[in-house]
Design a protein around this ligand. Structure first.
Ligand code: ZN
Length: 431
């Protein structure tokens, strides 16, 4: 064969390979966008907010984020409808800000801790300062600290004013601290492990989540909601860039956030950019009708985890769009529920399912913590696993059903569990 023909063959083969890679990448992106939709589980509110905003880039729908930037009213002038007044969301937490970005004020026994600092000095002085005063801030009950989710101006713009006028230091991820005039306390961004930190006397579970910026930091906090302790997630930076390494970091950060929120049984949110998950709508509702019990900001553990699974799939969709060589398993959000309304001593059965249908051939463990009684079974084509747990005492034992999760090359099935009080034989549906 002539060398020229050989060359042509090589060229033809390589352009075919490129075309296949492009087609594969397109399919990958669509697979993950579809997975994000399936992980919503039919929740209309989550479809309208988390699904749309986390997937805005792979959906070619960045216009919704651009539009939201127009709501960033920092003065209260002209279009006041974008400002949100000081709003109590928990017994010990208040929000102030606008429909684009806001700050949270947390009351502790000896002062306040604030999450983020607003866009600029004037906004802090005009809104945050009077808000804190109205909540009882004084020389003996000060603003002790500010936790900054990251170093962009719409989050740290008021940090210098707080330092100069209130003597309040801010804490920020070390990778975002360079060149900051407000002398921040640095949270080590190179240590990606979740750990507890005390910021202004308040305990935070800190998780560095680089991707939006190198120093983005997420956190979980304990708050009081009508006297009950709840754990809420603070998301450290939501929009993605066009850089493959940064989006890969962002994806990893969401996956680690998922792990943290599972481990800490998080069931609420305190997001700085309230439009991403629809929190702005809930704040309006609190102001119109009052705070519900539980608070509008308590979404429930399943809902928070679904939201994160949606965000993970949107991030996977964007990464596979940017990097045609990336192939990522799909994260499938699973639920497990007892059949026929609940377990009885003669019927212990639970169904595992997800947005793709029943989950077949997976192990479910049933157990009673107090007695140690347990059994395991494998799900059938209908997703149902069933076995005998003995002894099982009606109206006394809480039975837990747990699917530990599973994975192969194409998907990761996320773990799921549920528990219920055991009913008498035959009357579970009456409950
Ligand atoms: Zn930002």
């Amino acid at each position: 064969m002539h060398r020229l023909s050989q060359l042509k063959l090589v060229l033809a083969a390589s352009s075919l390979a490129t075309a296949a890679a492009v087609a594969g990448a397109q399919a990958q992106t669509d697979v993950h966008r579809d997975a994000a939709t399936r992980n919503v589980g039919g929740d209309a509110f989550m479809t309208q907010y988390s699904r749309a905003f986390y997937c805005n880039l792979p959906d070619d729908n960045n216009a919704i984020v651009v539009a939201a930037r127009a709501w960033n009213n920092t003065t209260g002038a002209n279009n006041n409808q974008y400002r949100i007044p000081l709003t109590q969301i928990f017994d010990d937490v208040w929000f102030v800000g606008n429909h684009y970005v806001g700050q949270y004020m947390i009351k502790t026994p000896d002062g306040f801790v604030q999450v983020d600092s607003g866009n600029n000095a004037n906004e802090f002085k005009t809104f945050n300062y009077p808000a804190l005063q109205s909540l009882g801030m004084s020389a003996s009950y000060p603003l002790k600290a500010i936790f900054l989710t990251h170093g962009h101006g719409d989050h740290d713009g008021g940090a210098q004013w707080a330092l100069d006028n209130l003597g309040t230091r801010s804490s920020i991820g070390s990778a975002d601290a360079t060149g900051k005039s407000y002398n921040p306390i640095q949270i080590d961004s190179t240590n990606l492990a979740m750990r507890q930190m005390t910021i202004g006397g308040k305990t935070f579970w800190i998780l560095p989540t680089p991707g939006h910026t190198p120093g983005s930091t997420s956190a979980v906090l304990e708050v009081k909601d009508w006297g009950q302790t709840k754990r809420v997630l603070i998301n450290g930076g939501q929009s993605m860039t066009n850089s493959i390494p940064q989006v890969a970091q962002y994806l990893d950060s969401i996956e680690r956030t998922y792990t943290m929120a599972t481990a800490l049984n998080v069931d609420g949110v305190m997001t700085p950019h309230i439009y991403w998950d629809g929190e702005g709508v809930k704040l309006d509702e609190i102001n119109a009708k009052g705070r519900t019990n539980p608070s509008q900001n308590i979404y429930g553990h399943e809902s928070v985890m679904r939201q994160l699974a949606v965000a993970r799939e949107c991030s996977a969709a964007w990464l596979t769009r940017l990097d045609s060589t990336a192939v990522l398993p799909v994260w499938r959000f699973n639920t497990i529920e007892f059949v026929d309304g609940g377990p009885t001593p003669t019927k212990v059965a639970a169904r595992v399912s997800n947005g793709w249908g029943p989950v077949n051939g997976q192990m479910v463990t049933f157990s009673v913590e107090e007695t140690g009684a347990n059994c395991t079974a494998t799900t059938g084509a209908d997703g149902v696993a069933s076995c005998d747990v003995r002894p099982l005492r009606p109206h006394k034992d809480y039975l837990k059903a747990k699917f530990a999760g599973g994975q192969n090359a194409s998907y990761v099935d996320l773990p799921a569990e549920t528990s219920a009080l055991v009913c008498s034989n035959g009357n579970c549906n009456a409950h």
